[in-house]
Design a protein around this ligand. Sequence first.
Ligand SMILES: Nc1ncnc2c1ncn2[C@@H]1O[C@H](COP(=O)(O)OP(=O)(O)O)[C@@H](O)[C@H]1O
Ligand SMILES: [Mg+2]
Length: 330
Amino acid sequence: MRRDGTSTYQSVIPMSLVVGTRLGSLEITALLGKGGMGEVYRARDLKLKRDVAIKILPDEFSRDPERVSRFQREAEVLAALNHQNIAAIYDVQQCGAIRFLILEFVEGDSLADILRKRGALPLDEALNIAKQTCDALEAAHEKGIVHRDLKPANIRIVADGKVKVLDFGLAKAIEHAPTGTTTLSDSSTLVSMAATSTGLILGTAAYMAPEQTKGKTVDRRADIWAFGVVLYEMLTGRMLFSGETASETMFAVMMKEPDWSTLPANVPARVRELLRRCLSKEPRNRVQAIGEGASRLKRRRAGRNSMAIAQRGRRTADRRFGLGSRQFRS
Ligand SMILES: Nc1ncnc2c1ncn2[C@@H]1O[C@H](COP(=O)(O)OP(=O)(O)O)[C@@H](O)[C@H]1O
Ligand SMILES: [Mg+2]
């Protein structure tokens, strides 16, 4: 089982770009890594004089006009996301046979790197990261966008502890990716074997919600689940669900109840309660809106006097986002 964020994915892209390659006004400066979708490079935008990250879309994908146009539509929705805790999508471009996404380059360590190096995080630090992650999810959910692949490898911590969530909605946008040579692992974005009539689903085994592993329609409550898994991991330094193979991990996701006794003693009751409610196997028993999570995390920082105000705010949020009061976009 790997938690290092590295991928065991064997790329279906025959070529690798070398440093110095030009793609229009972009010059490749480094390979950042290889994820479930393909290679990610750091590049210099020579026109705008800024660094960007570029994500190469799978070759097979680029050759299917229907998927390209669907992706284009999704990318337009994602590009409308504008939030300080969300890494921006700048553009989708094509250069020769290569189609790629241009993304905000996010410096810093991923939460996966941090957890690997340091293990469990101190309570305040974990809650601070959790709070900012909630803010990012809330902003996206308000626009009807579900992340669908939230995991420590997609959360980066930049200067001064600021959080940037990467890859928002890309799993859906790229869906029906080629399966040919994909090797499954717990921590890499994968093409799930839980294929359904609607096609294959993308996600990362250890952080997928139970309904996602079953190939069911996914809504924002899948992100709320993944948020719970990530928060648990920050507090304990342990992955909540794992297995020798992705299928074993997905089985654990569906069947295993978290061991709450592993949470450090200083985790406040309301954070435990939040975790329990994020990690309910049944989506309708989960926290229904991530804003509720944010207000629970916030209340820790507020003084006793502000508790009543925060509680009132939460009740308002509960009413606003009550179950059944909204249609979820999958
Ligand atoms: N916008 C970005 N800025 C900086 N690094 C990035 C960016 N997007 C992806 N990366 C890095 O590139 C590598 C591959 O990313 P990705 O394909 O998203 O795989 P995964 O999310 O499964 O780790 C990872 O190390 C990731 O941290
Ligand atoms: Mg990623």
